[in-house]
Ligand binder design. Structure first.
Ligand code: ZN
Length: 434
């Protein structure tokens, strides 16, 4: 009896006994981990090294940008420069609000000019160094100037409103300012597709039904009220593959960029657009605004605490008054940039969690795990594919390539019967067509 039992167990272990279930067979045929490794192995050598170097350099840029920003703030504050700009505004205009708007505009221009060295390196030379940019310096710089124009108008207005709030609500300004920021953010997001995005790129309706229809099919199935898909000519600036959802309420729109359109297969495009539709269906824009509002509230609270202390300690030759003095704006934004620097892991995680949810949604909607995996590899052009666990938690605002491919392969493993059935359908169709 015991011998028989041992024999059966040995037979099972050795795989002698006949297999009973189909699904078990499929599990043996497809190994999600091995498939993930196999995909990642196709992106190696110099290409992989460049991708890692580009992305890791970006970690340091977070630090350098923050420190450089402090230097800029110190320069504008020093020798009472900021205070003199405020006096100049006050001497010309009586209205407090208008004074702060003008100061805000001038401040934006000053910090733009002082930041040129790092922004030209980062936005132009570095992008070319890694072969990501397609623009020569002239067009790049003129777009940079358009950005400044937008910044002067929007920034000046925002600064004017925030300081009006500070003057009105005093001690509790940080709560009110957070509310105002949320409203400003919503208006900005709503108006951006109409007024801001066209300043940099052209959005045209996608006129290829073979690609548009499968995307709209996903959108209709999810009850997303869009009836057109747009193509944005991102190749003007770079060769990055991307897509986006923007606007909200009446201005919402989904767009894929022409790099994706030209270099992506239909399964890849479907995978990406399923992800983008996921952002809509999951109401990410509302969560994002709410979460950012909370981050801002904590940041303003921190400024309220740190501003008077910093002024006390270093402000002898600044000539700035309390928090309601617009001449203190460079200090205000310096404190905020230190706060945001410290919040990098939180901000990244807020965004990354949303991106990951959109991935899950996109896989279910597009049902293209292999397209999803290959597009994740293509994004390896500018995003490190295999970071360490903590590295991804702290420094990634999107899931890494490995995480995404693993997710896609796990999805595939659980839907293998369905995928094989649809492949059988295709075989059958091809045979009947022959
Ligand atoms: Zn996304």
């Amino acid at each position: 009896m015991r011998i028989l039992l041992v024999g059966i167990i040995a037979a099972v272990l050795l795989g002698v006994l006949p297999d009973t279930g189909l699904s078990q067979e499929s599990v043996e045929v497809f190994d999600a981990n091995a498939a993930t490794d196999a995909y990642l192995a196709t992106f190696s050598g110099a290409e992989r090294e460049a991708s890692d170097a580009y992305f890791e350099g970006g970690y340091w840029l977070i630090l350098w940008n923050m420190l450089y920003g402090l230097l800029v703030a110190a320069t504008i504050l020093g020798k009472k420069r900021s205070a003199r700009i405020r006096d100049w505004c006050e001497a010309r205009v009586n209205n407090k609000f208008v004074q702060t708007v003008i100061y805000g505009g001038i401040y934006t221009v000053f910090s733009f000019v002082l930041s040129l060295p790092i922004s030209i390196y980062q936005g132009f030379f570095r992008e070319h160094q890694y072969g990501l940019a397609t623009q020569s310096f002239g067009p790049w710089f003129s777009e940079h100037l358009i950005g400044l124009g937008v910044g002067v108008i929007m920034g000046g207005l925002f600064i004017g409103i925030i300081y009006a709030v500070i003057r009105k609500t005093r001690d509790h300004w940080w709560i009110w300012a957070s509310g105002v920021t949320i409203v400003f953010l919503m208006i900005g997001i709503m108006l951006s597709p109409v007024f801001i995005e066209p300043l940099f790129n052209e959005y045209t309706p996608l006129d290829d039904p073979a690609i548009e229809q499968p995307i709209l099919q996903m959108a209709r199935a999810a009850n997303v009220g869009v009836d057109r898909v747009y193509v944005v000519d991102a190749s003007e600036q770079s060769n990055r593959i991307s897509a986006n959802v923007s606007g909200f309420l009446a201005t919402k729109r989904i767009a894929l960029n022409d790099n994706l359109l030209n270099r992506g297969s239909l399964p890849e495009i479907k995978a990406v657009m399923g992800h983008e539709i996921g952002h809509y269906v999951l109401n990410h824009i509302y969560y994002m605004i709410l979460e950012l509002g909370l981050v801002f509230a904590a940041g303003f609270f921190f400024i309220n605490w740190a501003y008077p202390r910093a002024r006390e300690k270093w402000g002898d030759n600044w000539g700035i008054r309390d928090i309601s003095d617009v001449a203190g704006l460079p200090l205000f934004s310096a404190v905020f940039s230190v706060y945001l620097f410290a919040m990098t892991p939180v901000m990244n995680t807020i965004i990354r969690v949303g991106e990951s949810d959109a991935d899950v949604y996109g896989l279910d909607a597009a049902r293209e795990p292999d397209g999803f995996a290959t597009i994740a590899l293509k994004l390896g052009q500018y995003r490190k594919l295999e970071p360490g666990y903590l590295e991804e938690m702290i420094l990634f605002d999107h899931p890494s390539g490995r995480t995404r491919i693993q997710m896609a392969m796990d999805w595939k493993a659980e839907h293998l019967d369905e995928i094989m059935a649809s492949e059988d359908d295709i075989d059958l169709k091809e045979r009947t067509e022959e």
